[in-house]
Design a binder for this molecule. Structure first.
Ligand code: SF4
Length: 447
């Protein structure tokens, strides 16, 4: 623990010490100042949730640097419009910061509407500097919304105003502003999928499963979402939440406003995909769909047996480190690794909740390290100490793994192949094997 700041010690748990009794890791709180958290800022948290709405326009009110966070580093796919792949920025300069940026923001909305007259939905993000100078973004949104008769929605997300989870909540509140005017009668047996961003087409894989078992999906939030589909979402009879960290709050608000109950699901790995499909059918009280789900999952699991047995031979006994955004994904990954004989020796999340850490504690082996809101120094210390063979994480963790001479698997938004559903099990297992057993590691010398 020599490298660990005192203020961080309660966010690190050694299962040996707590005995897996859910002894209470410190989590779901702001990052420790100066600890160089791996978390992104509030604005980035909001953007990651809203950006995949394919026909929405995103105006970033701030310096040009903030708008570099765009589709290119969050590769959600679309089946229609692709305007979401652009960023629009007010490009605030020194004079705007001194005299205020409101006029520039109004001009940006006017310019956008002149160039794109069919725009249906605009989000305006207030970044750090706007939080400092205090531009009245709400007033601009109200005025422009009335002028153009479309929703122009403020997302007040200065990077310093909380943590990434704060940004998730702001995005969910912005989505609710779109949905609230469209309250409608519920259509029996229908669902919305929350917290799936259609990375590498994963939303399409999951929607296809629901089609096979006879369940209609009204809208996905926000992968491949369109404004018109979002407006129909209040008519669903159940919400299912895949990325719990970003979208549980949206599910709670939809339950309050529209009376739509929700369940949490995960479509990573055989066990969780099977359990999730069956649970959704049960939650809808749809016996025919439940039977179809059981049959479909049995067939897919059967097909995977030989494949998993083959890869278990080359992966058994390896050690994995996991550092991902939310707790549900970490839980699924621990299970997926166990299927092929890989032990999880380190596991952490950026935004995990207490109850998710309790499940994690119950799943991992006795000598596992569990971390909340880690920083590079902590990850490096414990990966070395535990002898991890592979790190599963996102773009910010990749260089850390490679510098340590450790294999890496991208399980975040930058990957180009789906890791969800049964298709994802094939891709994930192959990628883990190719990365861990790559001969390059024999030639890498870590200083
Ligand atoms: S921390 Fe502030 S300046 Fe940096 S990307 Fe986030 S909003 Fe922009």
């Amino acid at each position: 623990m020599g490298n660990i700041l005192d203020a961080r010690k309660n966010s690190i748990l050694f299962k040996d010490d707590c005995g897996g009794q859910g002894s209470g890791i410190c989590c779901d709180s702001d990052s420790v100042s100066g600890a160089v958290s791996q978390r992104a800022c509030v604005y980035c948290g909001a953007r990651v949730v809203l950006n995949p709405i394919t026909d929405a326009y995103h105006i970033i009110h701030g310096p040009i640097g903030c708008s570099s966070y765009t589709w290119d580093i969050r590769g959600s796919l679309t089946s229609g419009e692709d305007i979401y792949r652009n960023s629009f920025s007010t490009d605030l300069q020194e004079t705007d910061i001194i005299f205020g940026g409101v006029r520039k923001l109004e001009a940006a909305v006017d310019e956008l509407m002149n160039a794109h007259r069919s725009a249906k939905l605009i989000f305006i993000y207030a970044t750090c500097i706007v939080g400092v100078i205090g531009d009245d973004v709400d007033a601009v949104c109200r005025t422009k919304s009335a002028q153009y008769e479309i929703p122009v929605i403020p997302v007040k997300s200065p990077g310093f105003s909380g943590n990434k989870s704060t940004g998730y909540r702001m995005a969910c509140d912005a989505i609710m502003e779109v949905l609230c005017p469209h309250k409608t009668e519920k259509k029996h047996g229908t669902i919305n999928i929350l917290g799936d961003f259609n990375l590498a087409g994963e939303m399409w894989i999951i929607k296809n499963y629901f089609k096979k078992i006879g369940i209609e999906v009204i809208c996905g939030f926000t992968g491949d979402a369109r404004y018109d589909d979002m407006c129909r979402a209040p008519g669903a009879s159940l919400n299912i939440v895949q990325c719990a960290g970003s979208s549980t709050y949206l599910a709670q608000r939809m339950e309050e406003e529209f009376g739509i109950p929700y369940i949490k699901v995960s479509f990573f790995g055989v066990e969780d995909t099977t359990a999730s499909l069956v649970r959704v059918a049960e939650a809808l009280g749809d016996e025919a769909a439940r039977e179809k789900a059981v049959m479909f999952c049995m067939e897919e699991t059967e097909k995977l047996q030989g494949f998993l047995a083959k890869y278990t031979k080359s992966l058994k006994g390896k050690k994995a480190a996991i550092y991902v955004g939310g707790g549900f994904k970490a839980i699924s990954l621990i299970r997926q690794f166990a299927v092929v004989g890989i032990q999880t020796v380190l596991v952490g999340t950026q935004t995990g909740k207490k109850e998710e850490y309790e499940v994690i504690e119950s799943l991992v082996d006795q000598d596992t390290v569990i971390l909340d809101d880690a920083n590079p120094a902590e990850l490096e210390t414990f990966m070395k100490e535990k002898g991890a063979d592979i790190l599963v994480g996102g773009v910010k963790e990749r260089p850390l793994a490679y510098k340590l001479g450790v294999a890496f698997c991208d399980h975040n938004h930058e990957r180009k192949h789906p890791l969800a559903g049964f298709e994802g099990v094939y891709n994930f297992t192959r990628e883990i094997d190719r990365s861990i057993n790559n001969p390059v590691w024999e030639y890498v010398k870590v200083l």
